[in-house]
Ligand binder design. Structure first.
Ligand code: FAD
Length: 478
């Protein structure tokens, strides 16, 4: 019987466990143990219901175009819970000099694909609009070396596009800004488009045409969530794993090679396994492998993480009428606020708030405000409420509030990240049976983390000579 340990019970660790569970149920000679340091599974996937509102403490949805999370939900049998963002009312604003300005129609991420809405939008100055027109004729260019997202976007559209769109959009995803992130690691498609088409605008239109043609279907929603909340992914996965294989409140302290396998030390107990998936943030993985490979530990420790805080505020339903129509707003760094973004949850996902409630979710923290993690709830709420009053004139008293802190939970991919991954992979070659999963490597979103969990489990199985045995779907019985 081959034994595999998984360290970390977030979505990456759970998808690794699910892959192994499928194998176990198919009768293969393999078993697994999932170690989770906290008292619950799910990691940053956490949903709470308050006053009839469904509150997401961590991720609130995932990108539809990345299939791995939806596929995982379907495999878990909760495909019917997948729900699209309410894109009919999709409108997002950018705060510019204290005023909210809608992102014009046809702007895909930060690339304009429709001329008229961009030409008439007050979001950009005439200078930036002229650069957008010129961008159309940008010659193909194979980048020699990696660069920051800010530098790539500035080469195409100028600095205003970096400040007003690239930076706030990336802060929403990574917590870090455009001048900190690697273009190749965070936006690999942009580098490919530049090499092939030159113009990002032309590249984006070609990609969209190809997608619609290949699927022969209308455009899909931007975001997907679950009616039962994001935590339903974790809860359902846990319900299908072998109960005896699950260990909560079991922080692993070290993962060390021994007798062509691995010894996991958790609390006062040690156990021997044939292979290990470490599915924790990279800085924690670094501590675990310190003795096994100081060189790997050093590379993992160098993967930077930022912290973030989500603040949820529930109001009486009449507040809905006081808000601008749409999904919410993003705030460029240059505006000098502490908040990075606010989502009008009841519009983006109407099922999350009854008509008699308005639900707002604000982001604060990130690389701009790391120190705020230590502030108490009242201080954080004061900041958020005073900025909401200033930006949208919202002074109503919330009926309830919830503050969630996520310390060093969001990985950053700076210039050089891909080279670091190359070194990490080379070091892992010397440690057969050890695999890494999670957001520190090749994608920070929920779908990518789920994909890395599955891939890490498959890598362990391949080393143990069991890869071919993984059934694609969970057998209906057992
Ligand atoms: C506030 C916030 C909002 C986000 N919004 C979105 C979004 O809308 N869409 C999207 O796609 N992505 C979003 N993300 C990113 C995405 O949610 C995460 O990158 C992803 O869920 C991480 O999953 P994971 O399993 O890799 O890590 P985690 O969820 O961090 O899980 C790691 C687990 O390891 C456990 N652990 C740690 N140390 C040990 C140890 N020593 N022993 C055992 N267990 C240990 C932890 O307790 C934790 O449960 C968001 C992230 C945050 C923080």
């Amino acid at each position: 019987m081959k034994r595999i340990a998984i360290v970390g019970g977030g979505c990456a660790g759970l998808s690794a466990a699910f892959t192994l569970e499928k194998l176990r149920k198919s009768g293969a000679a393999a078993e697994y143990t999932l170690f989770e340091s906290s008292g619950r599974f799910g990691g940053v996937l956490a949903t709470e219901t308050v006053d009839g509102c469904q509150i997401e403490a961590g991720p609130d949805s995932f990108l539809t175009e990345k299939p791995w999370a939806s596929d995982f939900c379907r495999e878990l049998g909760i495909g019917e819970q997948l729900i699209a963002s309410n894109d009919i009312d999709r409108k997002t604003y950018i705060l510019v000099k204290g005023r909210l300005i809608a992102i014009p129609d046809g702007l895909m991420f930060m690339v304009p694909t429709k001329i008229l809405p961009t030409v008439f939008s007050p979001l950009f100055s005439l200078g930036t609009k002229a650069r957008m027109a010129r961008e159309w004729f940008h010659p193909p260019r194979k980048a020699q070396a990696d660069e920051t997202v800010a530098s790539l976007v500035e080469r195409h559209y100028g600095p205003e596009m970096v400040d007003r769109l690239a930076d706030p959009l990336l802060s929403g995803v990574y917590g870090g800004g455009a001048s900190e992130l690697s273009a190749r690691a965070a936006l690999p498609r942009f580098a490919e488009m530049e090499a092939k088409y030159g113009s990002l605008g032309r590249g984006m239109i070609a990609a969209r045409r190809k997608m619609v043609k290949s699927r022969n279907a209308p455009a899909r929603p931007l975001f997907t969530a679950l009616t039962g909340g994001m935590q339903a992914i974790a809860d359902t996965a846990v319900s299908q794993l072998k109960a005896a294989a699950l260990r909560v409140n079991s922080p692993v302290q070290s993962v060390q090679p021994q007798n062509s396998g691995w010894v996991i030390s958790a609390g006062y107990a040690s156990d021997h396994f044939d292979a290990v998936v470490i599915a924790t943030p990279a800085h924690i993985a670094a501590d675990l492998v310190e003795i096994a490979s100081p060189a790997l530990a050093a590379e993992l420790r160098a993967v930077q993480y930022t912290s973030s805080i989500t603040v949820n505020l529930g109001y009486a339903g009449d507040v809905r009428q006081m808000l601008p129509p749409g999904f919410g707003f993003l705030i460029p760094r240059s505006e000098g606020t502490r908040m990075m973004a606010t989502t009008f949850v009841h519009t983006k996902f109407p099922h999350r708030a009854p008509p008699a409630r308005a639900l707002l979710r604000c982001f604060i923290g990130g690389s701009r405000n790391e120190a705020l993690l230590d502030a108490d709830d009242d201080e954080i709420l004061n900041i958020v409420r005073s900025e909401l009053a200033q930006i949208i004139g919202l002074r109503a008293e919330p009926l309830f509030t919830r503050v969630y802190r996520w310390r060093r939970a969001m990985a950053q991919y700076p210039v050089g990240h891909l080279e670091r991954l190359g070194r990490i992979e080379a070091l892992l070659q010397q440690l057969p049976g050890l695999a890494l999963a999670g957001n520190g490597y090749r994608g920070i979103g929920v779908p990518d983390c789920i994909r890395t969990g599955t891939e890490a489990a498959q890598k362990c199985l391949a080393v143990l000579g069991l890869a071919a045995a993984v059934p694609h779907r969970m057998p209906a019985t057992m």
